[in-house]
Design a protein around this ligand. Structure first.
Ligand code: CU
Length: 338
Protein backbone atom coordinates (compact mmCIF):
# COMPACT_ATOMS: atom_id res chain seq x y z
CA UNK A 1 0.00 0.00 0.00
CA UNK A 2 2.74 2.32 1.02
CA UNK A 3 4.66 1.32 -2.11
CA UNK A 4 1.61 2.07 -4.25
CA UNK A 5 1.27 5.47 -2.60
CA UNK A 6 4.88 6.25 -3.32
CA UNK A 7 4.50 5.14 -6.96
CA UNK A 8 1.31 7.09 -7.49
CA UNK A 9 2.70 10.21 -5.84
CA UNK A 10 5.86 9.86 -7.92
CA UNK A 11 3.70 9.62 -11.04
CA UNK A 12 1.70 12.61 -9.93
CA UNK A 13 4.90 14.55 -9.30
CA UNK A 14 6.26 13.55 -12.74
CA UNK A 15 3.07 14.71 -14.41
CA UNK A 16 3.30 18.01 -12.54
CA UNK A 17 6.96 18.38 -13.47
CA UNK A 18 6.19 17.67 -17.14
CA UNK A 19 3.38 20.21 -17.07
CA UNK A 20 5.73 22.72 -15.45
CA UNK A 21 8.36 22.11 -18.15
CA UNK A 22 5.73 22.49 -20.88
CA UNK A 23 4.47 25.68 -19.23
CA UNK A 24 8.01 27.03 -18.94
CA UNK A 25 8.73 26.14 -22.58
CA UNK A 26 5.57 27.87 -23.72
CA UNK A 27 6.33 30.95 -21.64
CA UNK A 28 10.07 31.06 -22.32
CA UNK A 29 10.93 34.09 -24.44
CA UNK A 30 12.37 33.22 -27.86
CA UNK A 31 16.15 33.04 -28.00
CA UNK A 32 17.92 36.19 -29.16
CA UNK A 33 21.15 36.21 -31.10
CA UNK A 34 23.26 39.35 -31.11
CA UNK A 35 26.09 40.05 -33.56
CA UNK A 36 28.23 43.18 -33.32
CA UNK A 37 29.94 43.78 -36.65
CA UNK A 38 32.30 46.16 -34.87
CA UNK A 39 33.88 43.00 -33.41
CA UNK A 40 33.07 40.40 -36.06
CA UNK A 41 34.89 41.61 -39.15
CA UNK A 42 34.88 39.70 -42.45
CA UNK A 43 38.34 38.59 -43.62
CA UNK A 44 39.40 40.32 -46.86
CA UNK A 45 42.89 38.82 -47.32
CA UNK A 46 43.98 37.07 -49.41
CA UNK A 47 40.40 37.56 -50.71
CA UNK A 48 37.06 38.62 -49.23
CA UNK A 49 35.79 35.47 -47.47
CA UNK A 50 32.83 34.51 -49.69
CA UNK A 51 31.76 31.47 -47.65
CA UNK A 52 28.47 31.84 -45.78
CA UNK A 53 27.58 29.97 -42.60
CA UNK A 54 24.17 28.27 -42.29
CA UNK A 55 21.34 30.28 -40.75
CA UNK A 56 21.20 30.05 -36.94
CA UNK A 57 18.19 29.02 -34.82
CA UNK A 58 17.22 32.06 -32.70
CA UNK A 59 14.09 33.67 -34.12
CA UNK A 60 15.14 37.15 -32.98
CA UNK A 61 18.38 38.36 -34.44
CA UNK A 62 20.08 41.63 -33.49
CA UNK A 63 22.82 43.20 -35.55
CA UNK A 64 24.99 46.16 -34.66
CA UNK A 65 26.49 47.67 -37.80
CA UNK A 66 29.13 50.41 -37.62
CA UNK A 67 29.58 52.83 -40.51
CA UNK A 68 33.24 53.74 -41.01
CA UNK A 69 35.53 55.43 -43.49
CA UNK A 70 38.35 52.98 -44.17
CA UNK A 71 41.14 52.20 -46.58
CA UNK A 72 40.15 49.35 -48.87
CA UNK A 73 41.87 47.58 -51.77
CA UNK A 74 39.78 47.67 -54.97
CA UNK A 75 42.37 45.85 -57.11
CA UNK A 76 45.70 44.26 -56.33
CA UNK A 77 47.83 47.04 -54.83
CA UNK A 78 45.22 49.77 -55.47
CA UNK A 79 44.30 51.41 -52.16
CA UNK A 80 41.17 53.53 -51.96
CA UNK A 81 39.50 55.56 -49.23
CA UNK A 82 36.13 53.84 -49.07
CA UNK A 83 32.98 54.29 -47.01
CA UNK A 84 31.86 51.06 -45.37
CA UNK A 85 29.42 49.07 -43.32
CA UNK A 86 31.50 47.05 -40.86
CA UNK A 87 34.91 48.12 -42.16
CA UNK A 88 34.88 46.08 -45.38
CA UNK A 89 33.51 46.35 -48.94
CA UNK A 90 31.11 44.72 -49.28
CA UNK A 91 30.02 44.79 -45.65
CA UNK A 92 29.27 41.63 -43.66
CA UNK A 93 26.61 39.12 -44.69
CA UNK A 94 23.47 38.99 -42.57
CA UNK A 95 21.62 35.67 -42.73
CA UNK A 96 18.18 35.15 -41.21
CA UNK A 97 15.19 32.85 -41.71
CA UNK A 98 11.78 33.76 -43.11
CA UNK A 99 9.65 34.82 -40.13
CA UNK A 100 12.60 35.97 -38.00
CA UNK A 101 12.44 39.31 -36.22
CA UNK A 102 15.45 41.35 -37.34
CA UNK A 103 16.69 44.17 -35.09
CA UNK A 104 19.15 46.59 -36.59
CA UNK A 105 21.28 49.20 -34.86
CA UNK A 106 23.49 51.22 -37.19
CA UNK A 107 26.13 53.42 -35.58
CA UNK A 108 27.66 56.17 -37.70
CA UNK A 109 31.33 56.32 -36.69
CA UNK A 110 32.27 58.32 -39.79
CA UNK A 111 32.62 62.12 -40.03
CA UNK A 112 29.58 62.66 -42.32
CA UNK A 113 25.89 61.68 -42.66
CA UNK A 114 24.93 58.25 -43.97
CA UNK A 115 21.90 55.93 -43.81
CA UNK A 116 20.92 52.29 -44.26
CA UNK A 117 18.29 50.81 -46.59
CA UNK A 118 17.26 47.13 -46.39
CA UNK A 119 15.61 45.84 -49.57
CA UNK A 120 14.40 42.82 -47.54
CA UNK A 121 12.26 44.95 -45.21
CA UNK A 122 8.70 46.21 -45.54
CA UNK A 123 9.02 49.31 -43.41
CA UNK A 124 8.31 53.07 -43.68
CA UNK A 125 11.41 54.34 -45.48
CA UNK A 126 11.14 57.88 -44.08
CA UNK A 127 11.55 56.52 -40.54
CA UNK A 128 13.94 53.56 -40.82
CA UNK A 129 16.09 54.85 -43.64
CA UNK A 130 16.46 58.43 -42.47
CA UNK A 131 19.78 60.22 -42.31
CA UNK A 132 22.14 59.27 -39.48
CA UNK A 133 24.42 62.18 -38.63
CA UNK A 134 28.08 61.69 -37.69
CA UNK A 135 28.25 60.18 -34.20
CA UNK A 136 24.56 59.24 -34.13
CA UNK A 137 22.88 55.86 -34.44
CA UNK A 138 19.54 54.49 -35.57
CA UNK A 139 17.58 51.41 -34.46
CA UNK A 140 14.63 49.74 -36.16
CA UNK A 141 13.26 46.25 -36.58
CA UNK A 142 11.29 44.26 -39.11
CA UNK A 143 10.05 40.74 -39.73
CA UNK A 144 11.79 39.02 -42.63
CA UNK A 145 8.65 37.98 -44.51
CA UNK A 146 10.14 37.41 -47.97
CA UNK A 147 12.85 34.82 -48.63
CA UNK A 148 15.65 35.91 -50.95
CA UNK A 149 19.07 37.44 -51.47
CA UNK A 150 18.80 41.18 -50.99
CA UNK A 151 20.87 44.30 -51.23
CA UNK A 152 21.41 46.59 -48.25
CA UNK A 153 22.92 50.01 -48.98
CA UNK A 154 23.37 53.58 -47.91
CA UNK A 155 20.65 55.76 -49.41
CA UNK A 156 22.06 59.18 -48.63
CA UNK A 157 22.16 61.54 -51.64
CA UNK A 158 23.87 61.43 -53.96
CA UNK A 159 23.20 57.70 -53.69
CA UNK A 160 25.51 56.96 -56.62
CA UNK A 161 28.43 58.39 -54.65
CA UNK A 162 27.62 56.47 -51.45
CA UNK A 163 27.30 53.18 -53.35
CA UNK A 164 30.39 53.69 -55.51
CA UNK A 165 32.31 54.39 -52.30
CA UNK A 166 31.43 50.89 -51.04
CA UNK A 167 28.32 51.17 -48.87
CA UNK A 168 26.49 47.89 -49.48
CA UNK A 169 26.15 44.32 -48.27
CA UNK A 170 23.90 41.27 -48.50
CA UNK A 171 21.05 40.01 -46.36
CA UNK A 172 20.01 36.42 -47.07
CA UNK A 173 16.52 35.41 -45.93
CA UNK A 174 16.35 31.61 -45.98
CA UNK A 175 12.93 30.13 -46.84
CA UNK A 176 11.07 28.87 -43.75
CA UNK A 177 11.34 25.26 -44.92
CA UNK A 178 14.82 25.66 -46.35
CA UNK A 179 15.91 25.47 -49.97
CA UNK A 180 14.71 22.63 -52.19
CA UNK A 181 18.00 20.77 -52.01
CA UNK A 182 20.79 20.72 -49.46
CA UNK A 183 23.92 22.54 -50.62
CA UNK A 184 27.41 21.32 -49.80
CA UNK A 185 28.97 24.74 -50.26
CA UNK A 186 27.43 28.21 -50.20
CA UNK A 187 29.03 31.48 -51.24
CA UNK A 188 27.98 35.10 -51.52
CA UNK A 189 29.10 37.25 -54.45
CA UNK A 190 28.33 40.96 -54.67
CA UNK A 191 28.98 42.60 -58.01
CA UNK A 192 29.66 46.33 -58.01
CA UNK A 193 31.65 48.91 -59.90
CA UNK A 194 34.16 51.54 -58.84
CA UNK A 195 34.84 54.86 -60.56
CA UNK A 196 38.37 55.69 -59.51
CA UNK A 197 41.04 57.97 -60.95
CA UNK A 198 44.67 58.31 -60.04
CA UNK A 199 45.97 61.76 -59.21
CA UNK A 200 49.14 62.08 -61.28
CA UNK A 201 50.76 64.43 -58.74
CA UNK A 202 50.04 62.61 -55.47
CA UNK A 203 49.39 59.08 -56.77
CA UNK A 204 46.22 58.93 -54.66
CA UNK A 205 43.26 57.04 -56.13
CA UNK A 206 40.09 59.06 -55.68
CA UNK A 207 36.42 58.91 -56.76
CA UNK A 208 35.63 60.21 -60.25
CA UNK A 209 32.12 61.69 -60.25
CA UNK A 210 32.15 62.53 -63.98
CA UNK A 211 33.01 58.90 -64.78
CA UNK A 212 30.18 57.73 -62.50
CA UNK A 213 27.68 59.93 -64.33
CA UNK A 214 29.03 58.74 -67.71
CA UNK A 215 28.93 55.11 -66.43
CA UNK A 216 32.56 54.55 -67.39
CA UNK A 217 33.73 52.38 -64.50
CA UNK A 218 37.41 51.90 -63.74
CA UNK A 219 36.82 48.55 -62.02
CA UNK A 220 33.95 46.06 -62.00
CA UNK A 221 34.35 43.59 -59.18
CA UNK A 222 32.99 40.71 -57.17
CA UNK A 223 33.16 41.24 -53.40
CA UNK A 224 34.99 44.54 -53.59
CA UNK A 225 38.24 43.73 -55.42
CA UNK A 226 38.98 43.16 -59.11
CA UNK A 227 39.95 39.60 -60.02
CA UNK A 228 40.61 38.44 -56.46
CA UNK A 229 39.10 34.96 -56.96
CA UNK A 230 41.36 34.29 -59.94
CA UNK A 231 44.27 34.21 -57.49
CA UNK A 232 42.26 32.75 -54.61
CA UNK A 233 39.54 30.51 -56.13
CA UNK A 234 36.34 29.49 -54.39
CA UNK A 235 37.08 25.86 -53.51
CA UNK A 236 34.57 23.02 -53.70
CA UNK A 237 34.78 19.22 -53.89
CA UNK A 238 33.82 16.95 -56.76
CA UNK A 239 30.11 16.13 -56.47
CA UNK A 240 29.28 19.22 -54.42
CA UNK A 241 25.99 21.01 -54.89
CA UNK A 242 26.99 24.67 -54.83
CA UNK A 243 24.64 27.53 -54.01
CA UNK A 244 25.66 31.07 -54.93
CA UNK A 245 23.88 34.08 -53.49
CA UNK A 246 24.59 36.84 -55.99
CA UNK A 247 23.64 40.45 -55.34
CA UNK A 248 24.28 43.27 -57.78
CA UNK A 249 25.02 46.48 -55.88
CA UNK A 250 25.69 48.56 -59.00
CA UNK A 251 25.44 51.52 -58.57
CA UNK A 252 24.60 51.48 -62.30
CA UNK A 253 25.60 48.29 -64.14
CA UNK A 254 23.66 45.06 -64.57
CA UNK A 255 25.22 41.65 -63.92
CA UNK A 256 24.86 38.91 -66.54
CA UNK A 257 25.94 36.12 -64.23
CA UNK A 258 27.41 33.00 -65.81
CA UNK A 259 29.70 30.14 -64.80
CA UNK A 260 31.90 28.94 -67.66
CA UNK A 261 31.65 25.14 -68.00
CA UNK A 262 28.45 24.81 -65.98
CA UNK A 263 24.70 25.05 -66.44
CA UNK A 264 22.61 26.20 -63.47
CA UNK A 265 20.21 23.46 -62.40
CA UNK A 266 18.13 26.17 -60.80
CA UNK A 267 18.04 29.94 -60.59
CA UNK A 268 15.77 31.62 -58.10
CA UNK A 269 15.18 35.20 -59.31
CA UNK A 270 15.49 37.49 -56.29
CA UNK A 271 16.20 34.34 -54.30
CA UNK A 272 12.56 33.42 -53.81
CA UNK A 273 12.03 29.64 -54.11
CA UNK A 274 8.47 30.25 -55.40
CA UNK A 275 10.09 31.69 -58.54
CA UNK A 276 12.44 29.26 -60.15
CA UNK A 277 13.99 28.68 -63.53
CA UNK A 278 15.58 25.40 -64.54
CA UNK A 279 18.64 24.71 -66.74
CA UNK A 280 19.87 28.27 -67.14
CA UNK A 281 23.12 29.39 -68.80
CA UNK A 282 23.17 33.11 -67.89
CA UNK A 283 20.84 35.15 -65.74
CA UNK A 284 20.70 38.92 -65.51
CA UNK A 285 20.57 40.57 -62.11
CA UNK A 286 19.54 44.21 -62.20
CA UNK A 287 21.35 46.85 -60.18
CA UNK A 288 19.72 46.62 -56.76
CA UNK A 289 18.66 43.00 -57.29
CA UNK A 290 19.73 39.53 -56.30
CA UNK A 291 19.39 35.90 -57.36
CA UNK A 292 20.31 32.47 -56.07
CA UNK A 293 22.09 30.03 -58.37
CA UNK A 294 22.54 26.27 -57.88
CA UNK A 295 24.64 23.77 -59.77
CA UNK A 296 26.32 20.44 -59.09
CA UNK A 297 29.88 19.63 -60.08
CA UNK A 298 29.33 15.92 -60.66
CA UNK A 299 31.85 13.27 -61.46
CA UNK A 300 31.89 12.38 -65.19
CA UNK A 301 30.22 15.64 -66.12
CA UNK A 302 31.41 18.97 -64.78
CA UNK A 303 33.81 17.29 -62.37
CA UNK A 304 37.30 18.23 -61.24
CA UNK A 305 38.56 21.38 -62.88
CA UNK A 306 38.45 25.15 -63.00
CA UNK A 307 35.23 27.06 -63.74
CA UNK A 308 35.42 30.82 -64.24
CA UNK A 309 32.46 32.90 -63.10
CA UNK A 310 31.87 36.19 -64.88
CA UNK A 311 29.43 38.83 -65.83
CA UNK A 312 28.94 37.88 -69.47
CA UNK A 313 28.76 41.58 -70.29
CA UNK A 314 32.40 41.08 -71.12
CA UNK A 315 33.70 44.64 -71.07
CA UNK A 316 32.85 44.48 -67.35
CA UNK A 317 34.59 41.12 -66.91
CA UNK A 318 37.71 42.70 -68.47
CA UNK A 319 37.56 45.34 -65.71
CA UNK A 320 37.72 42.71 -62.98
CA UNK A 321 34.32 40.98 -62.65
CA UNK A 322 35.77 37.51 -63.07
CA UNK A 323 36.77 34.76 -60.67
CA UNK A 324 37.29 31.01 -60.49
CA UNK A 325 35.54 28.08 -58.86
CA UNK A 326 38.07 25.31 -58.27
CA UNK A 327 36.52 21.85 -58.11
CA UNK A 328 38.78 19.27 -56.47
CA UNK A 329 42.51 19.55 -57.16
CA UNK A 330 42.87 19.84 -60.92
CA UNK A 331 46.33 19.15 -62.33
CA UNK A 332 46.43 22.09 -64.76
CA UNK A 333 46.08 25.46 -63.06
CA UNK A 334 47.46 27.69 -65.74
CA UNK A 335 46.14 27.69 -69.30
CA UNK A 336 42.59 28.92 -69.45
CA UNK A 337 41.03 31.16 -72.02
CA UNK A 338 38.95 33.19 -69.51
CU1 CU B 1 26.47 56.76 -47.07
Amino acid sequence: MQYRTIVSSTLAFSALAAAAVAFTAARRPPAVERVDFGNTITATQPAYDARVAPVSDPSIKEFIIPITHDTIEIAKGVKYEGWTFGGTVPGPVIRVREGDRVRITTVNKSPMPHSIDFHAARIPANIAYRMINAGDSISFEFTATDPGAYMVHCGTPPVTMHIMQGMYFTIIVDPKDGWGAKADKEFVLVQSEFYAKKDSATGAVTPDWQAAMAKTASHVVFNGRAGQYKDTPLKVDVGDRVRLFVVNAGPSFRSDFHVVGAVFDRVYPDGNPDNYLEKVQTYTIPAGGGAVFETVFEKNASGEGLYPFVTHSFADAEKGAVGTIQVGTPKQHTTMSH
